[in-house]
Design a protein around this ligand. Structure first.
Ligand SMILES: [Zn+2]
Ligand SMILES: [Zn+2]
Length: 350
């Protein structure tokens, strides 16, 4: 089968690999219908994910149809349409029981797919711990509507959930890339008083204005002043940093009001400084880390109810054979791209 493979730092390529097989009783093999490209794939390409293993198939955001299950799998069966979770988790360890599935202590736990084991930019993917890693897509939800449930939408949902947002709050979201927009959609479900999105890219600002006209937008240079003007307590009650640029961590805590919450969901390519003397007395609460994607059934239900719609984020669609081109467009942000759907249902294309 055709797969998109991490060859070495700087190089991904289409390669042929054997179709995956069940290796463990809790595995499932999923025939991928749609996959997407995530900025974390680019982080692997740039060599900034040290645990990524050369030779693996990349891709950790996909939907498909269950092809085969191991003998211990009970939640899904062949023929089920499913989303695949970016996190592999056992559901039984200390962290899983508390919903911290990103820290699952199973040897396969955490971000394994498309990083440490073969992922889903391929015709088929083997998913370990399939009962927790796969979620059935409701009949009324299409593959395109469900494509981001297992990763970028899970990130947005988790970011909004841990940020303790109330209806009195002003929420500042830094970054209107895919993670920022998904965060915005989930923050909107909490009905805060005011939402401000800070973004530098004109296309992305236009996208926000067009789709979510009630949201205020600002560029990074003007952000601090803009936020202070619109928040009576000296800053935003909640800041969610989803950009991960060199200057955005600092911007995030500077824009937060004293005793505010700063949630960092961005994955930085370099270390950031935490200048504690400058922050002294501001009494901020920082929340950081990788997504705990344990709410996929709930997000699928919200999609089915029409409360979350991520389909407008899919600005481009490519067949798997042309994924190299799709990466170039995504990486260089060509042609107003937000997210790309990669059609992996090769039999239909051939
Ligand atoms: Zn991702
Ligand atoms: Zn676990």
């Amino acid at each position: 089968m055709l797969t998109y493979t991490y060859i070495s730092k700087g190089t991904f390529a289409l390669t042929e690999k054997p179709k995956p097989v069940i290796q463990h009783e809790r595995d499932a093999v999923v025939k991928v219908t749609l996959a997407s490209i995530c900025s974390s794939d680019l982080h692997i390409k740039h060599g900034s994910v040290p645990r990524a293993v050369e030779g693996i198939t990349v891709g950790h955001e996909m939907v498909g149809v269950v092809e085969e299950i191991g003998s211990a799998v009970t939640h899904v069966k062949p023929g089920d349409r499913v989303t695949v979770n970016v996190e592999t988790f056992c559901g039984e360890c200390f962290f899983c029981k508390r919903g911290y599935v990103n820290n699952c202590t199973d040897k396969n736990g955490g971000w394994a797919l498309g990083c440490r084991i073969d992922g889903g930019q391929a015709e088929y993917v083997r998913v370990p711990l399939a009962d927790t890693g796969l979620n059935k897509i409701p009949d009324s939800v299409t593959d395109r509507q469900a494509l981001f449930v297992g990763d970028v939408l899970a990130t947005g949902f988790w970011a909004a959930r841990i940020s303790e947002i109330s209806e009195e709050d002003t929420v500042l979201i830094i970054g209107a890339g895919p993670a920022g927009i998904c965060t915005l959609l989930c923050v909107m479900l909490k009905n805060p008083k005011q939402i401000i999105v800070c973004e530098t890219d004109e296309n992305r600002i236009r996208f926000i204005r067009e789709h979510y006209p009630e949201v205020l937008t600002v560029t990074p240079e003007k952000c601090l002043g803009f936020v202070k003007e619109r928040c009576k307590n000296g800053g935003a009650d909640v800041v969610i940093e989803a950009a991960g640029a060199d200057t955005t961590f600092r911007l995030a805590w500077e824009c937060a009001r004293p005793n505010g919450i700063v949630t960092v969901v961005a994955l930085y390519e370099s270390a950031q400084t935490l200048p504690l003397p400058e922050m002294y007395g501001k009494n901020l609460t920082f929340k950081t880390g990788g997504v705990d994607g344990c709410d996929c059934d709930e997000t699928l239900r919200l999609i089915a109810e029409g409360k979350i719609d991520t389909e407008p984020l899919i600005t481009h669609t490519y067949p798997l054979e042309r994924i190299g081109e799709a990466y170039r467009v995504f990486e260089n942000r060509e042609d107003g791209v937000i997210k790309i759907a990669v059609d992996c249902s090769m039999q239909d294309n051939r």
